[in-house]
Design a protein around this ligand. Structure first.
Ligand code: MG
Length: 310
């Protein structure tokens, strides 16, 4: 029997650009402060209104993000960025205090549905990570800082395989109760498939509104765009992506990580869904940063756009 998909597509979607933080943090080459600032400004010029700019983590652990204070000092009053939110990732209350000093207005906190992943990534169990997050969010609330929550390994974990939906629900509820404005669901190892995506979204929608979620897919197995489409069909309209697919995949050397913003641009715009992105300007921003890290983008659309102009 004929079924009719794509009959209730939205007119527009929201894209959260994570290249400067999630992307560059996972690249080996350390980018200079000037180049980061230029990258962020070019992304804003391309129409991206929410950009994950940096993180306030320990510089000895993540040297790529050691200049977060200087970055904010230079960008926070930039007239070209007055309509752009610059998010900073904050791991704990120490980082939160530094973020406050830097003038950050939007933060992101993170945990995972897997105890093993959390232990390896942030040296804490899930419950311990939620305690840290709670402290961060108290400071955020007291200072009118908007917070988004990231949940990693929602669709699978490199150490535990399938992760628990009940754990996912518990963490989501905790973050909501602590005042986060939204939760971004991460397919950390790029293992999700469209059926699983629809099942997870349906499961969460029993207790939470769809607009509480953003989807954060990785293209490690080439499934990110299919998973975005499945989410869109379920009614999700917010997606994270990284210019040029910056970031790679720490669990599969040489493989893709974050889905490329350019690929999402084409998926949406080719179906008449607005993204607010000027693709020529985005390609320029991406080419510029790629020239600094000396590798190619995995984005198929970007390759076609460069050679054919569409
Ligand atoms: Mg990512």
């Amino acid at each position: 029997m004929l079924s009719k998909p794509f009959r209730n597509l939205p007119k527009k979607v929201r894209i959260v650009e994570v290249g400067p933080r999630d992307g560059l943090q996972n690249e080996k080459t350390i980018i200079s402060l000037e180049d980061k600032i230029q990258f962020i400004k070019l992304l804003a010029k391309a129409g991206l209104r929410e950009i994950e700019a940096t993180s306030f983590v320990r510089a000895d652990k993540i040297p790529q993000m050691a200049d977060s204070l200087l970055l904010y000092q230079q960008l926070k009053n930039d007239p070209d960025l007055k309509n752009t939110s610059l998010l900073a990732l904050v791991p704990n209350s120490e980082g939160m205090k530094r973020a406050l000093d830097a003038g950050v207005k939007d933060i992101a906190i993170f945990t995972s549905t897997s105890n093993s992943f959390n232990q390896k990534n942030i040296n804490a169990t899930i419950d311990e990570s939620l305690e840290r997050i709670k402290e961060v969010l108290v400071i955020a609330r007291n200072n009118n800082i908007r917070a988004r929550g990231y949940i990693s390994t929602v669709f699978g974990c490199p150490y535990e395989g399938k992760t628990s939906l009940d754990e996912l629900k518990k963490i989501t509820q905790f973050l909501k109760d602590q005042g986060v404005s939204e939760v971004s669901l991460g397919d950390t190892i790029g293992i999700a498939n469209p059926l699983q995506v629809s099942e997870v979204v349906e499961f969460l929608n029993r207790d939470f509104a769809l607009d509480f979620f953003s989807m954060h897919f990785h293209d490690t197995r080439g499934m990110a765009v299919a998973n975005v489409l499945a989410s869109l069909e379920m009614g999700i309209t917010s997606f994270d992506s990284s210019a040029g697919g910056l970031g790679g995949c720490p669990y599969a050397v040489g493989a893709s990580g974050n889905v490329a913003t350019e690929d999402l641009y084409f998926l949406f715009e080719s179906m008449g869904i607005q993204t607010g992105i000027d693709i020529g300007k985005l390609a320029l921003a991406t080419e510029n940063i790629l020239s600094k890290i000396n590798h190619e983008s995995p984005s198929k659309f970007l390759k076609a756009f460069k050679s054919q102009g569409f």
